[in-house]
Design a protein around this ligand. Structure first.
Ligand code: ADE
Ligand code: ZN
Length: 335
């Protein structure tokens, strides 16, 4: 097996996937029809043609519009189930899914509806596909601290259905500091904590995520390259970074995949992982991200193996499950 074949076949964990970002245009139109929601595009092709993004915000505007077709538990279930089928094809054996409750509750969809639909799909993925999974509730950082606190309160009756919290949406102008008190409360509740930082924002936002939010992983974090002290800190602590190469390309964070910093980060000893972010919008699921990154950066078999190991090291699974996953990685790598 060469590096690309190994990348395809190796068992992996996906740790940075916004489940609303897995909503394919075909499913958006099917759900719009099912729920009687009007869309601004005449059809699937026209919608897909609009997926030409210039930055994060230009994507988010379409992403939130797409999510507006989700109304019933079954809609959320169908969306997540479609993702799990794609994940299985890419040899994902564990997935930690972000969801954005404020996008839905603001439209009058109750928290119970989305959590019921998503958790039933997670349960089904374990039973029918052998994929373990967990949900991570993300706060939208363009909204207020008070809105985040209210969202947390609304979600707490369903505490057993999610393992942690994250921070996403428009990064610039909304530093992690804004949510310091919300994250302190989440940590006190025993939730795992992660945050998007250093996607479009500066290394300073990554420092804030580490020092103020006390995150256990950083989502994206490609801005670390601009700060040698931060690179040294990340190499020392092995605080994981969930990197999303095709997302960075489509949102113009990098001009060309050959200029992506992932290999430099890996060589510096950082615990980087590869993820798909919003695969329906960025042109590919997890294996597409692996394949194109391996080709563009000339990654070796050893790099691929390290990325797979990192994905389990960075995941929130227990020690026993982690050991079993790593054994499956070794098995495939030794063929
Ligand atoms: N929400 C969905 N995808 C996102 C991304 N790449 N960055 C910030 N917020 C997001
Ligand atoms: Zn993301």
């Amino acid at each position: 097996m060469n590096a690309i074949e190994l990348a395809r076949a190796i068992p992996k964990a996906e740790l940075h996937i916004h489940i609303e970002g897995s909503l394919e245009p075909e499913l958006i139109f099917a759900l719009a029809q099912r729920n009687g929601v009007a869309l601004a595009y005449p059809g699937v092709e026209a919608l897909r043609a609009a997926y030409a993004f210039t930055d994060l915000q230009s994507f988010l505007d379409l992403y939130y519009a797409g999510a507006s077709v989700l109304r019933q538990p079954q809609d959320f279930h169908d969306m997540a189930w479609a993702y799990f089928l794609r994940a299985q094809a890419d040899h994902v054996i564990h997935a930690e899914l972000f969801f954005d409750p404020q996008t839905h509750t603001a439209r009058g969809v109750p928290m119970a509806v989305l959590i019921e639909g998503l958790s039933s799909a997670c349960l089904r993925a374990a039973q029918e596909l052998g994929i373990s999974s967990a949900l991570i509730l993300c706060f939208l950082r363009h909204l207020s601290e008070a809105d985040a606190f209210a969202t947390l309160d609304a979600a707490l009756p369903y505490r057993e259905h999610f393992i942690g919290v994250g921070l996403d949406s428009s990064e610039l102008g909304h530093p992690p500091q804004k949510f310091e008190r919300v994250f302190a409360r989440c940590r006190a509740l025993g939730l795992q904590v992660v945050a998007h930082a250093g996607e479009e924002g500066p290394p300073e936002y990554m420092w804030q995520a580490i020092d103020l939010l006390k995150v256990q992983r950083i989502d994206h974090g490609v801005a670390a390259l601009q700060d040698p002290l931060l690179m040294a800190e990340l190499a020392h602590t092995r605080l994981p970074l969930t990197v999303c190469p095709l997302s960075n390309l489509k949102l113009c964070v990098v001009k060309d995949l050959r200029e992506h910093p992932l290999k430099t980060m890996l060589d510096a000893g950082l615990c980087v992982t590869i993820n798909s972010d919003d695969p329906a919008y960025f042109g590919g699921y997890l294996n597409a991200n692996f394949e194109q990154t391996v080709a563009a950066l000339d990654l070796t078999r050893e790099d691929v193996l390290q990325l797979a190991r990192n994905s389990f090291e960075a995941s929130f699974i227990g020690a026993e499950h982690r050991a079993a996953c790593l054994a499956r990685v070794r098995e495939v790598a030794s063929v």
